[in-house]
Design a protein around this ligand. Structure first.
Ligand SMILES: [Zn+2]
Length: 247
C-alpha cells in the first residue's frame, strides 16, 4: 500500500505469526468489521520458520484470511522465532503504530506459560510501546506521535479471568471460512483445530453461550457511552422469571 493511501484504523490486531490473530480472535474481528470498524491485522513475522508452509504460502494465506474477515493486513518482517523486546524493536513497532494510528490495539498476552516465545516477546513489545508512542522524543519520521486509547490482550492463560468475552456463536461459519485459509497450519498440526474450538467453547461457557473469544484489559474499561446495561441475557436464564419456580 502506498504511504499516502494509509488510513487511520480503529483497531490494530497484532500477532507474532500469520494465523495467530485470525484463529484466536477472528470471530470478534468479523463482528467489529461488520459494525463498520476499520481493522488492520499486523503480523510481526512472516512465519518463515514454521514447521509447515513456506513464507510465500503463509503470506498468501494471510491475505486471503484478512479479506475473509473484512480486515486490512500488513507485515512487520521481524525474524520468525527471534522476536526480541529491545529498544530498537519497540521503536520499530512504535513507527507502525504511528503509521496506522489505531484507537485500540489487540495483542497476544505477554505472560503465557509454555507458549511460543515470539508470542511473549510480541506482547512485551506492544506493552512497552503503548505509552512511548506518544513521546515526541522518539522520532519516527514522517509519522508524528500518536495516543493509543486502549490495549486489550488475547490468548490469555485459562487461569486468568478475562475482562470481557465476545460472543462469536453467530459468526462461527464465517470464522471457519477465514480460519481455513490457513490450510498449511490447520491441515498439518495435530489437534490444532480442535484446540481452537475448545478455547472458544471455554470462553463461551464463561458467559453462557456456545462460542466466545476472551480478552483482558489491565486498566478499567470506560463504559460511559456503551450499552453495557442492555446486556444479552445468559441463555440459561431465558424465560426465567425471578421469584417463580422453574417448570
Ligand atoms: Zn504464533
Amino acid at each position: 500500500m502506498a504511504e499516502k493511501e494509509i488510513q487511520p484504523c480503529d483497531i490494530m490486531a497484532v500477532g507474532a505469526h500469520p494465523d495467530d490473530v485470525e484463529h484466536c480472535i477472528g470471530g470478534s474481528l468479523i463482528k467489529w468489521a461488520r459494525a463498520g470498524k476499520r481493522i488492520l491485522i499486523l503480523h510481526m513475522t512472516g512465519g518463515e520458520k514454521g514447521t509447515h508452509g513456506s513464507q510465500s504460502l503463509r503470506r498468501e494465506e494471510a491475505e486471503a484470511a484478512a479479506e475473509a474477515l473484512g480486515c486490512d493486513v500488513a507485515f512487520l518482517d521481524f525474524p520468525d522465532t527471534e522476536i526480541r523486546f529491545t529498544t530498537e524493536s519497540r521503536n520499530r513497532f512504535i513507527r507502525e503504530v504511528r503509521k496506522y494510528r489505531p484507537r485500540v490495539i489487540l495483542s497476544q498476552y505477554h505472560d503465557f506459560p509454555r507458549m511460543h516465545p515470539d508470542h511473549e516477546q510480541t506482547g512485551l513489545i506492544v506493552k512497552n510501546a503503548f505509552r512511548p508512542a506518544r513521546f515526541k522524543a522518539i522520532e519516527t519520521p514522517p509519522y508524528p506521535p500518536h495516543w493509543v486509547e486502549s490495549i486489550f490482550w488475547y490468548l490469555i492463560p485459562l487461569t486468568m479471568k478475562p475482562s470481557f468475552v465476545v460472543d462469536v456463536s453467530d459468526v462461527m461459519d464465517e470464522w471457519h471460512r477465514a480460519a481455513e485459509c490457513y490450510a498449511s497450519q490447520l491441515g498439518n498440526i495435530p489437534n490444532y483445530y480442535q484446540r481452537l474450538i475448545r478455547l472458544k467453547q471455554h470462553a463461551g461457557w464463561l458467559i453462557g453461550v456456545e462460542h466466545g473469544e476472551a480478552f483482558l484489559s489491565d486498566a478499567p474499561i470506560n463504559a460511559t457511552d456503551s450499552d453495557i446495561l442492555s446486556f444479552s441475557p445468559r441463555p440459561e436464564f431465558e424465560g426465567f422469571t425471578p421469584g417463580l419456580p422453574r417448570s
